[in-house]
Design a protein around this ligand. Structure first.
Ligand SMILES: *[C@@H]1O[C@H](CO)[C@@H](O)[C@H](O)[C@H]1NC(C)=O
Ligand SMILES: *[C@@H]1O[C@H](CO)[C@@H](O)[C@H](O)[C@H]1NC(C)=O
Ligand SMILES: *[C@@H]1O[C@H](CO)[C@@H](O)[C@H](O)[C@H]1NC(C)=O
Ligand SMILES: *[C@@H]1O[C@H](CO)[C@@H](O)[C@H](O)[C@H]1NC(C)=O
Ligand SMILES: *[C@@H]1O[C@H](CO)[C@@H](O)[C@H](O)[C@H]1NC(C)=O
Length: 686
């Protein structure tokens, strides 16, 4: 295991020497400390049984939905295409509230999510013609975590363009797209000389942040590297160059989304990024339990609607020193900590898994690399190197139920680490009152990196165990991954919760599940690439997005490999069904047929056998590139060790999670939890 260490050392040496001159781009990432606190409450509290939303969120949603009224009629027309009498659905009065959740799964999830959004976007002519395009225009909320949060952030940073333009760029406006062909860790290829400016710029950013008295960690480096790809400001031409004007997305704030024209005009949904946490009493480790607090970042607030906390802090002033919601010093506030890059890097911060000392086998390798990182970060003030460090805005709040009430700092980690890899939590918050939720799932639950409903099962369990008071009930879903597979609901679009008992006040929202799944045509899949694939050729990206588009607009026809030309209208049936109930109208024959085909009925479950000839093994559509890569870089074999080292860390983390998931694949989440924690009795919600 010497090679990776040597490689890393060389690399760091490069960074250190080149950091002697400090260009002026350094400060863009650093927050401003010791600003005088605004004369208003920065933290608001509520209770699980009497929740409230921030006034700015309420006014945004009201304006968005007023605008969406026209988008609904453009999408659905007068309802007659769905078999309803003209106007009978009364969409204006009973306008459904729609949210879309983009799962994690690294670049695979960003690409999958981009492909799905394109299929739901009325601005794309083929999506509109298919009838699926239009849902994005009526959505009030969009949530993301990890790879899904990169996509969501990127959309806003670039002014909410169509996703093909987002991914591939638009020369006319000087936007280069995601540049996914440049590797995340080794953008200049294997020769570190190409990337000197890149590495030293990352390091300068973290150093200047630390100089403002804030703890930093590996998550900050991660934030900066990802920002080169996902945020507005980096082009192919300036990738390896930075100065005061070329700062690669540094300085873009999550609270600053409020200034983006598309957001200001309510032409976008309200964005939320989900992050998980590791309570302070757990010093290290990657196991994240369902009872640990879950937080969300909106442009307005950093909040937790978990009953144990029920509090929210203004995003813009994150980092301020507070106790019981009040500033401890009148000039102890902070601005600029909510860097968009840092928010989405927090949501994808997996370093705690990598450094998990209890991990079997690879312990010593991780230990060595961990110590090496530590010695580098000693330069930078750090508290926990393996998590995202955020000052706790909720110190002294909910002091009988909130586990972190005495802590000065929060340890925040990847939003999917508790097993909820689709950010559904914020969309089930009762006060938000969602009617229809689209779950876009690019999880890698199975050996072949496709989802098997695991995330749905975990959210179902978390709501059931801890969030009954604060969140809507989860609709009926399969009870285990095994049943998800045997019913085939992970192979095609599925609607959950179609028939609530109470039609006037449905017990749960209607959940539209869009899992990453093998091409319905029976072609080889290119969309189940590994979570730790950190570069994609342009050809692969095109094929990826096209495959997702075809599957998303194509639905399925039982016992066939043909697309369902009616799927778009079936999706419309699902989107308007809650409004139909409230309008006292019977489901049309057309929509009833759709529901028979696409709804999951637990009493009469569908069968996987009805979905024939789907190929599941990933086939690299552009393997040429890998060979070139190896050929080109034969001579720099020592540095290649670095790649191995990083890959080993990443793959080990991935592999470890998979073992756990595989072993317990047949069990329900409750059973899995019991099996994983035999010594811990299950605690009821406090
Ligand atoms: C709920 O909270 C609001 C303030 O957010 C308060 O005005 C109202 O009285 C509370 N209602 C109940 C029933 O406690
Ligand atoms: C619409 O989406 C399809 C499928 O990805 C794509 O081929 C086409 O170029 C898109 N059209 C526009 C205008 O982006
Ligand atoms: C990119 O950012 C710059 C500077 O913040 C802004 O002027 C420009 O409008 C942004 N581009 C898009 C497409 O949003
Ligand atoms: C902020 O003020 C505190 C107390 O006066 C001081 O200790 C600290 O160094 C200041 N931080 C910065 C970055 O100026
Ligand atoms: C908890 O909060 C309540 C209300 O804010 C306060 O009265 C009480 O003293 C606090 N308890 C502790 C142990 O801080």
């Amino acid at each position: 295991m010497l090679a990776p260490v040597v490689g890393l050392t060389l690399l760091l040496a490069t960074c250190t020497t080149s950091a002697l001159i400090l260009p002026r781009d350094a400060d863009a990432y650093a927050p401003t400390a010791n600003v005088s606190c605004p004369n208003q409450n920065l933290v608001r509290t509520f209770s699980a049984s009497n929740q409230s939303l921030h006034a700015d969120e309420l006014s945004f949603i009201a304006a968005r939905e007023a605008k969406a009224a026209d988008a609904w009629s453009e999408w659905i027309g007068d309802g007659s295409a769905l078999g309803y009498e003209s106007g009978a659905l009364n969409l204006r009065e009973h306008q459904p509230r729609v949210g879309i959740a983009m799962s994690g799964g690294s670049f695979r999830a960003s690409l999958y999510g981009a492909g799905v959004l394109n299929a739901l976007d009325a601005r794309n002519a083929s999506s509109k013609a298919a009838g699926t395009g239009g849902l994005l225009q009526v959505a009030s909320y969009i949530t993301g975590l990890s790879g899904g949060s990169w996509l969501v952030s990127s959309l806003y940073s670039n002014g909410f363009p169509m996703t093909n333009e987002l991914v591939f760029g638009n020369k006319d406006i000087g936007w280069s797209g995601w540049l996914l062909d440049l590797d995340l860790f080794l953008p200049g290829g294997i020769d570190p000389g190409n990337s000197v400016d890149f590495y030293s710029s990352l390091k300068r950013s973290v150093k200047s942040k630390a100089a403002r008295g804030v703890f930093t960690s590996l998550t900050d480096t991660w934030a900066r590297a990802l920002s080169y790809h996902m945020l507005n400001g980096t082009t192919r031409e300036n990738f390896f160059y930075s100065d005061a004007d070329v700062v690669h997305g540094a300085g873009q704030l999550w609270s600053g989304i409020a200034n983006i024209p598309a957001y200001r005009d309510n032409d976008t949904p309200f964005p939320i990024i989900v992050v998980d946490s590791r309570p302070a009493k757990m010093k290290l480790g990657g196991d994240t339990e369902l009872e640990f607090p879950v937080y969300e970042f909106s442009p307005v607030e950093f909040a937790s609607y978990d009953p144990a906390l029920s509090a929210a802090m203004q995003t813009r002033y994150m980092g301020s020193e507070l106790n019981e919601g009040k500033p401890t010093r009148s000039d102890g506030c902070m601005e600029g900590l909510d860097e968009t890059g840092f928010v989405f890097a927090t949501s994808s911060s997996l370093f705690n898994v990598m450094f998990d000392r209890t991990s079997d086998g690879a312990e010593s390798t991780l230990g060595v690399l961990g110590d090496l990182y530590e010695s580098v970060l000693d330069d930078f003030q750090t508290r926990n190197k393996d998590v995202a460090n955020w000052r706790n805005p909720f110190k002294g709040i909910s002091n009988s139920t909130f586990t972190e009430t005495a802590e000065d700092w929060l340890s925040l980690v990847d939003g999917g680490l508790n097993g909820e890899n689709i950010p559904l939590g914020p969309l089930f918050v009762k006060e938000r009152g969602l009617d229809v939720i689209v779950a876009v799932d690019a999880s890698a639950d199975s050996d072949d990196d496709f989802p098997t409903c695991m995330s749905l099962l975990h959210t179902d369990e978390r709501i059931d165990m801890f969030l009954k008071e604060s969140h809507q009930t989860f609709p009926p879903v399969p009870v285990s991954a095994k049943e998800c597979i045997s019913t085939g609901v992970n192979l095609r679009p599925t609607f959950f919760g179609c028939n609530p008992e109470n039609t006037m006040e449905p017990e749960y929202p209607l959940l539209i599940y869009l899992p990453n799944s093998p091409p319905l045509t029976g072609e080889n899949p290119v969309t189940n690439s590994g979570t730790f694939k950190l570069s994609y050729t342009e050809k692969h990206q095109h094929l990826f997005l096209d495959q997702v588009h075809k599957n998303t607009i194509g639905g399925f026809i039982p016992n066939s490999n043909n697309p369902d030309v009616d799927f778009g209208r079936c999706l419309q049936c699902a989107a308007v069904d809650r409004a139909r109930m409230l309008s006292w109208v019977d489901r049309s024959a057309f929509c009833a047929d759709c529901f028979a085909q696409y709804c999951y009925d637990p009493l009469n479950p569908p069968q996987r056998d009805a979905i024939p000839d789907r190929k599941r093994s990933f086939v690299d559509p552009d393997p040429q590139d890998v060979h070139d890569f190896i050929e080109r870089n034969k001579s720099t074999i020592i540095i290649a060790g670095l790649v191995c080292g990083l890959l080993i860390i990443l793959v080990t983390a991935c592999w470890r999670r998979k073992i756990v998931q595989k072993t317990y694949l047949q069990l329900t989440p409750t059973e899995s939890r019991a099996a994983l924690n035999p010594q811990q009795p299950q605690q009821p919600a406090p």
